[in-house]
Design a protein around this ligand. Structure first.
Ligand code: AMP
Length: 281
């Protein structure tokens, strides 16, 4: 596995592979790898000849009072995990090389980005879109792989790639969960033992709504209420940031649930904000 930090060196390598007719796949991450990331790497291997994993804690997607400084990092462990997953390049740029002095170009998908996580984290998706477009331009991959855990991010990136006619296929990897249902996340490491024990209730609440839908309940107000009641009972000290039943593509709220409905949530357990989602399909 190559480890490359210089963006231009990465671009040269990817251009060379392209000239040889090799299919490259990009997997953008912020590191502190878990099995969710590993699943994305596996998917990358299946999609192409060369897999590039970027590891960059992107400052522009964090708000001023968010966890940029404390975001978990372990480059040595991540390098071993990437190598073990037969990644071809681990790209580890610095903020200074990705945002050199004078940097002044930003990419926005304002409609989709103003909803849900965008309301709690203003500017977050502008940072995400800008860094992802830069990474896509550096690699010019055939495919890029994103996790469905960040459903809104996946939708926004898909929109950006379509709107800007980028010749890249965006692939969504299903959510990888712990045995008790908690969606894997680097931020799970912030949870205390007591908080960790409560956290699977986020998914159980969403699953309850899926069962009710399978049993014929289509009133989204009722489904939402049943999830909130469940959470109130199981995690009275938790705090709902948002809970919305939306169309999976437009991300707009719907009154009647269908198999295309997705339930999106962000939930605070203590100070840790966790996101999760399920499809009703
Ligand atoms: P992150 O490093 O948290 O920014 O995540 C990098 C990529 O991994 C994103 O596309 C995430 O959606 C994806 N990802 C994170 N956690 C999971 C998970 N539990 N299952 C599937 N994909 C995930």
């Amino acid at each position: 596995m190559l480890q490359i930090s210089d963006p231009h060196a990465l671009q040269e390598q990817c251009l060379a592979w392209r000239a040889e007719g090799l299919r490259t796949v990009l997997v953008p991450t912020m590191g502190y790898f878990h099995q969710g990331h590993e699943q994305l790497m596996t998917m990358g291997r299946e999609l192409g000849d060369k897999v590039i994993v970027s590891l960059f804690v992107n400052p522009s997607q964090f708000g001023p009072s968010e966890d940029l400084a404390t975001y978990p990092r372990d480059l040595e462990r991540d390098t071993a995990i990437a190598a073990g997953n037969k990644v071809d390049v681990l790209f580890t740029p610095t903020p200074e090389t990705m945002y050199p002095s004078g940097f002044d170009t930003w990419v926005e998908v304002p409609g989709l980005s103003s909803l849900h996580c965008g309301q709690t984290r203003p500017g977050h998706f502008k940072g995400v879109c800008t860094i992802v477009l830069k990474l896509l331009n550096l690699c010019m991959p055939r495919h890029a792989v994103f996790g469905q855990k960040d459903w809104q991010q996946f939708t926004i990136i898909s929109r950006m790639v379509k709107d800007l006619c980028l010749p890249i296929h965006i692939e969504g990897c299903p959510i990888v969960r712990e045995a008790d249902g908690l969606a894997l996340s680097s931020r799970n490491s912030y949870l205390s033992a007591d908080e960790r024990a409560l956290a699977p209730n986020i998914y159980s609440g969403l699953s309850l709504a899926r069962q009710l839908f399978a049993g014929g309940e289509v009133d989204t107000a009722e489904l939402r209420k049943r999830i909130l009641d469940y959470w109130q009972e199981k995690m009275p000290a938790g705090r709902v940031d948002y809970l919305r039943l939306v169309d999976a593509v437009t991300l707009k709220e719907v009154e009647e649930a269908t198999p295309n409905t997705r339930i999106l949530t962000a939930f605070y357990i203590g100070k840790t904000r966790l996101i999760d989602n399920v499809s009703l399909g």
